[in-house]
Design a protein around this ligand. Sequence first.
Ligand code: ADP
Ligand code: MG
Length: 471
Amino acid sequence: MTAEHVWSQCLSFIEDNIQPQAFKTWFEPIQPVKLQDNALSIQVPSKFFYEWLEEHYVKLLRVALRKELGENAKLVYVIKMENADKSSSFTEQIPSKQKSLFAPQEIDIPVVSKDPSLKNPFIIPGIRNIKIDAQLNASYSFENFLEGESNRLARSAGQAVANKPGGTSFNPLLIFGNVGLGKTHLLHAIGVDIKEKHADKTILYISAEKFTQQYIESVKNNTRNDFIHFYQLIDVLLIDDVQFLAGKSGTQDVFFHIFNHLHQNGKQVVLTSDKAPVDMQDIEQRLLSRFKWGLSAELSPPDYHTRVAILKNKLYLDGMTMPEEIIDYIAQNIKSNIRELEGAIISLIAQASFNKKEINLELAQQVVDKFVKNTKKEVSIEYIQKMVADYFEMDLDTLQSKTRKRHIVQARQLAMYFAKRFTKASLASIGSQIGKRDHATVLHACRTVENLADTDKQFKKYIEDLSKKFS
Ligand code: ADP
Ligand code: MG
């Protein structure tokens, strides 16, 4: 009889006796380690996990184990945990503490502090009971979050969640979209609304970055359990920018357990991310699959009418007015980022008041010009290739192909030249992205383009036309 065999027998018994979801969460991650003297050692991913098993499933485990190993069956947990910095992992062995259920054991379980109030910065010490400051910004309300086609689903899902936290199928609710499209605002709005409607709920807004810092601190200070227990107190957990967890497996692990705990207890979790779950990299699969349990709602760039409405609302809140024509001009020219839209208005007002100029269309043009240029993101190699291919009316595959046809070679060389000029990518990286060429080919392409620009008028025109698209 091996540990594997015994454990797989136990698993089939357990699987028949609990919910599939619970089985997946709490039993699939377990690994049998060894079988010795009637004691089965199983490896679990965290102390929290072990505590959870002991609290909720120890009876089931006992029945299962006794069926296999008889009345003297024993269970030993091996906790294998990755450290936050990944440089080391440590292992700890703990026998099941249910002395009445399993044979007596000598080793003691470390006591978990039940009073996290001293350790967590968000806790406001109170006289009778502890209170957690929700970290919400009241001005980020639903009222100030203007509705449009681009945000309708996310906004109404947010409202549904706020009306019935933990009581809808939108759990977790994941809001995703590019920077500046209102993720943080909407997340706060949900919290602000819940605070108003459900005064008894403990709400917490936190960025994934801060969460990570806190976690790392807790590992350093040996207060990991306090950290976890603190988060278990929360009824509505609002986590901003979860893409920040990418590659941080220790934090992902602890978040996974906190998430499971909250979810199983009917608590609400709302997450935001700058990517859709399918595009998130370096986030563990089991966590990604959790993200998909509820609803993923996208925030898209707002359409023109929504942009105008947002600008007017912003002016109204600031007690300002501005000619329609100028609002229209800004809304026409800044399209993909609401933060930039607001930024343009603010700098326009500032320009006008500092320089004692009138706000007119000309000033608006100057500001928007500067604004759009200053905040323009680096173009991607992908975008460059697409623009060059479009310009020469060929498709991307043709541009990247191995063909030696002159006009295609030239298009490809232009793409390489622009990639060198407008991105920070290395020659090697440019080459590998544009038709899998090496760095020498890219260097050669850049030189050829520069030479042709000096000698060939038509070619020079190509460069000028295309440059406008990237600068
Ligand atoms: P993200 O977190 O997606 O980067 P933010 O939530 O910080 O974006 O939003 C950027 C700015 O745009 C904030 O000042 C926010 O109030 C504003 N904003 C975003 N969406 C809306 C909206 N629908 N109505 C009004 N203001 C909005
Ligand atoms: Mg944000």
